[in-house]
Design a protein around this ligand. Structure first.
Ligand code: AHM
Ligand code: MG
Length: 336
């Protein structure tokens, strides 16, 4: 019949999480509730990112703001939305945000919360005004046994992450999430349902692909081995062709493309930024977990496994290479 062409058995994020929860006997449903709050913040941020463009357009048409209030910048709105979602979830004991210098503790408002969350609410925000894709990155740790939530609960290596992922706000909002020892699953926000729908189950990154993604404007500051690695990609490879370059300048968008198509994404440490640019807790480690669970790899500029790095302070930076398994092997071979 006609109706058979319509999928009536849709897997929403809620359904997916409920089914995942059933697999874990000891699960209390707390994590599912935390994810509910997370996905709400993604929907809200996605909505305001789309709306912001319209607000700017009215501005251009000569309309004045009646109250004279300054329009809040989007990264402030994104940060506030995220904080409020985490606080009200009742499951988050503490939060690290790129926009906040210090850890935010919810201990006074919440008892029994068992998770510590790190996030970059709107990563790549320098791209916002041009309508280029940006994203939210998140990593979730479980508090140590008996802990009510301290700095030590979040200053953990990525190997201990319970879950991590990101949402890219592009042509549509794409949510990618993975759990410890699990697969990587991609969801697309269906705006009419207001639901994230499972569209990319069990994502696997291609084993190799001749695409590199790096800010080549920094090459003056690169170490010699970094220079020779990227230089080598510009000469004919086994198939007689050099690599293609793709760089959006939004980590989430560059990483999402790399996850789907394969290749390498890098932000190496260099002479200008010896510690690298990207942040360990809410940029490097969550992405590294996604890439490893999808069959790829992630290392820092010392070629150490990214997930094994323990940050000393919440905003610590690192150089990073992440991508297809074979592409990261090639990076390593140039840095011996
Ligand atoms: P942000 O957190 O201030 O937005 O900076 C992080 C962004 C990443 O999304 C992106 O990979 C990188 O900065 C781009 O940096 P650059 O402009 O130096 O190439
Ligand atoms: Mg950022």
């Amino acid at each position: 019949s006609e109706s058979t062409s319509v999928n009536t058995n849709i897997v929403t994020l809620t359904r997916f999480l409920t089914e995942e929860q059933k697999k874990h006997k000891e699960a209390t449903g707390d994590f599912t509730l935390l994810c509910h709050a997370l996905q709400f913040s993604f929907k809200a941020i996605s909505y305001y990112i789309r709306r912001a463009t319209l607000v700017n357009l009215t501005g251009l048409a000569g309309q004045a703001n009646a109250t004279g209030d300054d329009q809040k910048k989007l990264d402030v709105i994104g940060n506030d939305l995220f904080i409020s979602a985490m606080r009200s979830s009742g499951k988050c004991a503490l939060l690290v945000s790129e926009e906040e210098e210090e850890i935010i503790y919810f201990r006074d408002t919440v008892s029994g919360a068992r998770y510590a969350v790190a996030c970059d609410p709107i990563d790549g925000s320098s791209n916002l005004d041009a309508g280029v894709s940006v994203g939210t990155i998140f990593g979730i740790h479980k508090l140590a046994e008996g802990s009510k939530g301290t700095k030590e609960d979040i200053l953990r290596p990525g190997t201990e992450l319970l879950a991590a992922g990101f949402t890219m706000y592009g042509a549509s909002a794409q949510l990618v999430i993975t759990m410890k020892g699990g697969t990587v699953n991609g969801f697309t926000l269906d705006n009419s349902f207001g639901e994230f729908i499972l569209t990319h189950p069990d994502m696997r990154i291609p084993k190799k692909r001749a695409i590199y993604s790096v800010n080549e404007g920094n090459s003056l500051y690169w170490e010699e081995n970094t220079k020779s690695y990227f230089n080598s990609l510009k000469y004919p490879q086994d198939d007689g062709k050099p690599y293609s370059a793709r760089y959006i300048g939004s980590m989430v968008a560059d990483a999402y493309r790399t996850l789907l198509y394969g290749g390498i994404f890098a932000y190496p440490a260099d002479k200008k930024s010896p510690k690298g640019k990207l942040r360990i807790l809410y940029e490097c480690a969550p992405m590294a977990m996604v890439f490893e669970n999808a069959g790829g790899q992630a290392v820092n500029s010392k070629m150490e496994r990214m997930l094994e790095v323990t940050p000393e302070s919440i905003h610590d930076r690192s150089g990073i290479y992440l991508g297809s398994y074979d592409e990261v092997e090639k990076v390593k071979s140039f840095h011996k």
